[in-house]
Ligand binder design. Sequence first.
Ligand code: KG4
Ligand code: ZN
Length: 340
Amino acid sequence: MNVLGIETSCDETAAAVVRDGREILSSVVASQVDLHARFGGVVPEIACRAHLEAIYPTIGEALARAGIALRDIDAIGVTTRPGLIGALLVGVSAAKALSFALDRPVVGVHHIEAHMIANRLGSPDLEPPYLSLVVSGGHTQLFRFEGAGRYELLGETLDDAAGEAFDKVAALLGLSYPGGPAIERAARAGDPKAIRFPRSMLGPDSLDFSFSGLKTAVLYHLKGRNTRKEPFAPAAPGLGERALADVAASFQEAIADVLVAKIRRAVKRTGLSRIALGGGVACNARLREKVEAAARRGGFRAFFPPPSLCTDNAAMVAALATENLRLGRDVGLDIEASAT
Ligand code: KG4
Ligand code: ZN
């Protein structure tokens, strides 16, 4: 079964063809990062217009790279939620149009759930149940994952998402958007122990996250206390290269320490011995290193998808759509885009 996946929930227009829910025949991502970079974040109206221009060429490219014709598509999967409503509508409308024209089923997909199963495309031996940590620009959530549609939310961020914290601290440091890769690059020359930034654990049993205090601590470190909180104005225009690298490395270390601590708690609490990471922040090499070290010490296994499956993509959408179709979940022209 060849499923065409479509993803337009945020700032990437993506299309992919996946065979039998496992084999990626093609995966194309048209990124809008350059359009949004000068605003320091995603501008919804710009995202919608860019999706509209990119959607059919991107689908065409995915079909061409997979070497299959539209009539050989057996179903169309599309992200229906959550995301920017105007952005979602572009993908959902395109998917419904194709479904109607080709007389093939259209299947709705939850974006976060797709991140939870992205790992299985890269690691065929990963079977549920497993823990899943989705750390992206919009989400930081820890789940017990049992299969498509069957999962339990164990903890989530009470304020900023981990990726959002990377993006905001990068802005403070005058680094480019998106902030995660920029901070990771800057941190390579820095000392992760140079500054002891706070690690918010929210009590001894909590599996929730909070990163806004960490972001404020970086701001205070850069500008001194009692300063006005203007997260998007660079706070450190004159900071030397070495000092900037130390802040980046110390901040990255604090985020990684919190994520590792919560993973260890979740392993202990659930007795599950496998954790799959997903979302853009899971690209971070220092995080990978620390999670892998904790896994070796704690006797559990950590799975990281390749970076192309960590960040937003349509292969994970096609994979989950295949499962949903088997289960009869979210199938048919009455699926609807929803921001939440
Ligand atoms: O999953 P994703 O592509 O889109 C969302 O659904 O949000 O994640 C994007 C987020 C951004 O906040 C970006 O700064 C962060 O992931 N990110 C990283 C890295 N690469 C991307 N954060 C830390 N280290 C990275 N290498
Ligand atoms: Zn995402």
